[in-house]
Design a protein around this ligand. Structure first.
Ligand code: NAG
Ligand code: NAG
Ligand code: NAG
Ligand code: NAG
Ligand code: NAG
Length: 354
């Protein structure tokens, strides 16, 4: 009996891959939108890759948002690769959008991170675009209700996070709201993790201040609520990735929910990333499970983290090679006001996994 759900799952996968019904994060393919596509006419929406019909509809009715959403898709890829540069799974497969491999098609921990990051990024991008005045439909965020602290006053332009969250969720959750496609458990997982991403973004909102006053005395500070850089949000989500919870789809009360697989009976928390399928260790190449392996990956001989040669190479050992780096050196300051430098070359020893 135990094997059956897995067979079903596998069949669902095969079906999903063939018919492309698991749309999920296929909208990240927007990152490849050619710059020549002006995106200023509603008929351009049909030419965009990776969108479900509800997203095409949103594109038509919110055309002014699309440049921001295309930008967000590019940012997701950058932030994911940066956050996982020191890991065996380094997010390089996200570039395959919209035709992902199993590492991102299945309900893995890695896909949990990417869904959360995608949801956070699109809302981050829209909120930031509001602030910079790029969107005709929205303005600065609200003035906070609480007092700004002694010597401070609220001012500036706050990031309009509520608008970012609203429009971001509409767009990025649309594929999971399509009826009768994919498995229910996968949809629940994707929606949950997307919400975790938005929750992390909400939690990241911070008070930022700027000094004023006579010759920089900072007697008055203007403050507003702003979002941190996306890389900080990605780092927060990576921490949640590392402590993600494995869940199963199980009846609880009258409906089926995602509940932690381990014995402690509790609902999943709004702050935790969840996954349904364990990932391989990503040591060896195995396309069947979406693993690229770590052969030829660079490792760090002096680190004791996940990028250490020991962990990265899974104990297989590593090969040294020398690399030449060119740097600016012997820099001199000339009065007034420029700097001259020389170019120096030095060799460094680097290591790649066997
Ligand atoms: C859309 O943008 C293109 C290129 O920038 C421009 O030539 C065209 O006139 C624009 N169309 C509309 C309807 O604004
Ligand atoms: C942005 O924040 C303001 C509050 O200052 C609010 O009135 C407005 O509805 C928000 N959304 C948009 C789209 O401007
Ligand atoms: C990420 O991993 C892939 C597969 O192992 C590898 O080909 C690629 O070079 C890696 N990228 C970086 C930036 O290390
Ligand atoms: C290797 O790791 C050490 C310790 O974490 C760090 O100081 C160093 O910059 C790393 N080297 C490279 C090439 O990343
Ligand atoms: C390496 O490990 C030691 C102790 O095990 C720890 O104190 C230190 O912070 C670690 N360094 C890095 C770069 O992770």
């Amino acid at each position: 009996m135990r094997a059956r759900p897995q067979v079903c799952e596998a069949l669902l996968f095969a079906l999903a891959l063939q018919t492309g019904v698991c749309y999920g994060i296929k909208w990240l393919a927007l990152s490849k939108t050619p710059a020549a596509l002006a995106l200023n006419q509603t008929q351009h929406c049909k030419q965009l890759e990776g969108l479900v019909s509800a997203q095409v509809q949103l594109c038509r009715s919110n055309l002014e948002l699309m440049h921001t959403i295309v930008h967000a898709a590019r940012e997701v890829m950058k932030a994911c690769r940066r956050a996982f540069a020191d890991m065996r799974w380094n997010c390089s497969s996200i570039e395959l959008a919209p035709n992902y491999l199993l590492d991102l098609e299945r309900g893995t921990r890695e896909s949990a991170f990417v869904y959360a990051l995608s949801a956070a990024t699109i809302s981050h991008a829209i909120a930031r675009a509001c602030t910079s005045g790029d969107l005709p439909g929205c303005s600065c965020g609200p003035v906070p209700g609480e007092p700004p602290g002694p010597g401070n006053r609220w001012g500036g332009c706050a990031d309009n996070l509520s608008y970012g969250l609203l429009m971001g969720a509409k767009f990025s959750d649309a594929p999971m709201k399509v009826k009768k496609t994919g498995s229910q458990a996968n949809k629940l997982m994707r929606l949950h993790n997307s919400e975790v991403g938005r929750q992390a973004l909400r939690a990241s909102l911070e008070v930022k201040c700027k000094c004023h006053g006579v010759s920089g005395s900072c007697s008055i500070r203007t403050c507003w609520k702003g979002l941190p850089e996306l890389r900080d949000v990605a780092a927060d989500l990576k921490t949640r990735y590392l402590s993600a919870t494995k869940v199963v789809h199980r009846p609880m009360g009258t409906r089926k929910h995602l509940v932690p697989k381990d014995l402690d009976i509790r609902p999943v928390k709004d702050s935790e990333l969840v996954y349904l399928q364990s990932s391989p260790d990503f040591c060896m190449k195995n396309e069947k499970v979406g693993s690229h392996g770590t052969q030829d990956r660079q490792c760090n001989k002096t680190s004791n983290g996940s990028d250490s040669c020991d962990l990265m190479c899974c104990g297989r050992g590593y090969n040294p090679y020398t690399d030449r780096v060119v740097e600016r050196c012997h820099c001199k300051y000339h009065w007034c006001c420029y700097v001259t430098c020389r170019r120096c070359e030095r060799t460094v020893e680097r290591y790649v996994c066997k």
